[in-house]
Design a protein around this ligand. Sequence first.
Ligand SMILES: *Cc1c(COP(=O)(O)O)cnc(C)c1O
Length: 380
Amino acid sequence: MRSTSITIHPNALTHNLQIIKSQLDRTTKVLAMVKADAYGHGIDATIPALIHADGFGVACLSEAMAVKQVLDGMNHKKPIVLIEGAFSLDEWKVAIDHDFGCLIHHENQLIWALSHRPKQDQFCHTIWLKYNTGMSRLGFNDDHIITAAKSLADAGYRLILTSHFACADDKSHPLNAQQISKFDQALACIRSFAPDTLASLCNSAGIFNFKHQHHDWVRAGIALYGSKPITDQSAKALNLMPAMTLSAQVMAIHTLAAGDSIGYSALWAAQKPHQIAVVSIGYGDGYPRVVMGAKVSVTDTSGNRHLCDIIGRVAMDMFMIDIDGLDIAINTPVVLWGDSPTIDEVAMCAGTIGYELMCRLTTRPKRCIMDTYLPKKEFK
Ligand SMILES: *Cc1c(COP(=O)(O)O)cnc(C)c1O
């Protein structure tokens, strides 16, 4: 059987949540971002491992329903927050019926919230009010944020003022200070008439780069999954563990003669007799076709792991690797990303970020859950 698989490591997720919490004051809560099926990790595997988060953040109502179902199955009640809010009045009504926390970022959402109010004791009676401090994506602008806050506070809602960093991964980017300053000013102003207003500014990058901006809730995503949140340090340097291993196997081995070329467009040719292996994964599984200079880890017959180059073009179901001089057997496991190479290394070779590689995996690889992922032997 084709053994191409995505293995999720719940212990790594739990560990990463612990690392994030170690960065925070005891009073700061963690909204674990599990949108896009937990960044491709699968909410079924992810939520139990992150059950000590203070709540879960999703992008839409269907994701919220799916998360609620997993929590119900575990007999757990935890806040679930729609971080883009409702997309219609009907959705707003469904969201408050289910007590999902809602973000409000534009005028229509404000109107829905003012016309249909949840009960005082519901979690959704606290509104995540989004302020555009400089990213120009979602949120009320400077001229409307205070009046929006005032109308919600007058209607009896409690508020969490929220905003999103555009460049928190790069600590020295000047936009960070500008966003922080705007956020602080609006927060102080809103607290002058709604003193119990809470605040949430940081994503993963903000958690590590802006330790004085954690406020009441942080919204942690990528760091939970063990990929790097900030530009100048690797995930490993931050003590984050990869929560996913993508693996396949060697399905054929060939000895090429000098001059033989391989794969579509014959991009690579042997200079001398050369051993190559065919690996059972391709872009049909979600491995990026565009990689340049990516490596994979292969285990030899003595159990030692080696990093081998991908050669030629990645196809839909397969690609070739250079195993010249190594003693590799058919069916031996190949790691595409995990402990090594890391997803961040592959992302770099594909001109993208770990986030995208996680999210674009297809349904074809088998999915499994396994606590340990560390190899028995170190690399040669
Ligand atoms: C996805 C998301 C996050 C998490 O971002 P990471 O960079 O993955 O930590 C935080 N806040 C909002 C509003 C988001 O959409």
